[in-house]
Design a protein around this ligand. Structure first.
Ligand code: XIL
Length: 380
């Protein structure tokens, strides 16, 4: 009797346990679908025969302090760009003194994780060290310019696949920006920078990089810059279209036309800083010194992104990758400006402290509909 009743109790306990297990497996099967797919489907794998797929990475990520990114970077990407680590102000804070400790760690991180490297950036008017901005004397300024390129590009020769040699030298109307480089060195400074980079990094691809250079006016200026470099007999291998675009307003036909026109110059095209802004903005582009005032409507999606916007950004990304695929013979690389939404610079620019959703992975590292739409662009 005792045995029987114990047996019955055990049986019913086992039955309940089994049902619970079945329910648990079912639930985890449903909720885990995306998680499982995210570990097996990768951007770099999907596009392996087309172009490199990159991301910009931060110091925190190089240091392994962003667990979400630590998993995603080597799984999803095959090339990295330092978001800030190699900018002049990060490398040198006083004349002649350079601290390469983080840049070396970044290069090492890339090597260990089998990632190629795009160096960003040698000559740029933003994020310059204060001492260099304040040099008045032309000869001293040229000495800084020359030494900087030689030192940085020379140090990493052989370990960097491509450099953004000059960044953002153009105004929106296609004329040259009045930067300290133009003001002190004159209009040939861009070709000079490429010449110097070529001397110390002969096997590295050399790129000119800008935002809005898919727009007709700025594109014309960009083409003029590239032709001037070529006519000076100096090597230039490619042009970077940064790709800081806005949801529902991505200029698809300008982008396609630009890929064609740049490729016709005999150079490669890279999309170097791709993200799609979803928050209100009263200007386009990516001039880092530009700011906007916060108001009641500036940060509308603090808790989550509405489905309509989620679908629109997925749609935009899908269409973009269709264009990139159509011209894959002209495109060397597509790099996202950040790994996941939580890292994006667009949370803090042009207004600090907003909640933005411009990338393919959410703050927990889960793939968004936009991720699946980029994958589908290849498979459909
Ligand atoms: C941004 C970084 O993402 C930010 O962390 C930093 O505060 C400012 O610069 N164009 C470029 C990039 O070429 O270097 C900029 O990166 C974004 C615009």
């Amino acid at each position: 009797m005792v045995f029987n009743s114990t047996n019955k109790a055990t049986q019913s306990f086992m039955q309940r346990l089994c049902s619970l297990l079945i329910i648990a497996v079912f639930i985890s099967g449903c909720t885990g679908t995306r998680q499982i797919r995210s570990t097996t489907v990768s951007l770099k794998g999907t596009y392996k025969n087309d172009f490199l797929i990159g991301t910009a990475i931060s110091r925190q990520q190089v240091a392994g302090k962003d667990p979400v990114a630590v998993k995603l970077i080597p799984r999803q990407f095959n090339t990295v760009t330092p978001e800030n680590i190699m900018k002049a102000e990060e490398l040198t804070s006083s004349w002649g003194k350079y601290d390469f400790s983080w840049a070396d760690k970044f290069i090492d991180y890339a090597r260990v994780n089998h990632l190629q490297v795009n160096g960003h950036t040698l000559i740029w008017h933003s994020q310059m060290p204060a001492y260099a901005r304040h040099i008045q004397d032309v000869d001293s300024f040229r000495a800084f310019f020359t030494a900087h390129i030689r030192k940085v590009a020379g140090r990493y020769n052989g370990r960097v696949r491509s450099w953004d040699v000059v960044n953002e030298a153009l105004n929106e109307d296609g004329t040259l920006r009045r930067t300290p480089f133009l003001n002190k060195l004159g209009g040939n400074y861009i070709a000079d920078a490429f010449k110097l980079a070529n001397e110390v990094a002969p096997n590295t691809d050399l790129y000119y990089n800008d935002y809005n250079n898919e727009r007709p006016e700025k594109r014309a200026g960009c083409i003029a810059v590239i032709k001037k470099i070529q006519q000076a007999g100096v090597r230039i291998d490619g042009v970077g279209i940064q790709g800081h675009w806005h949801v529902g307003k991505v200029p698809f036909s300008d982008i396609e036309e630009s890929i064609l026109q740049y490729a016709a110059l005999g150079i490669k095209v890279a999309i170097t800083e791709l993200d799609i802004e979803v928050l209100p903005r009263n200007f386009t582009g990516a001039e880092v010194s530009q700011r906007m005032k916060m108001d009641a409507n500036s940060n509308p999606y603090v808790n989550s992104l509405p489905d309509t916007v989620q679908r629109q950004i997925a749609d935009d990304y899908g269409k973009l990758f269709k264009i990139f695929l159509k011209h894959k013979d002209k495109i060397s690389r597509v790099t996202f400006w950040g790994v996941h939404d939580g890292q994006s610079w667009l949370n803090d620019w042009p207004i600090p402290g907003r909640t933005n959703y411009p990338l393919l992975f959410d703050r927990n590292g889960n793939p968004k509909p936009a991720f699946y739409s980029v994958i589908a662009a290849k498979n459909k």
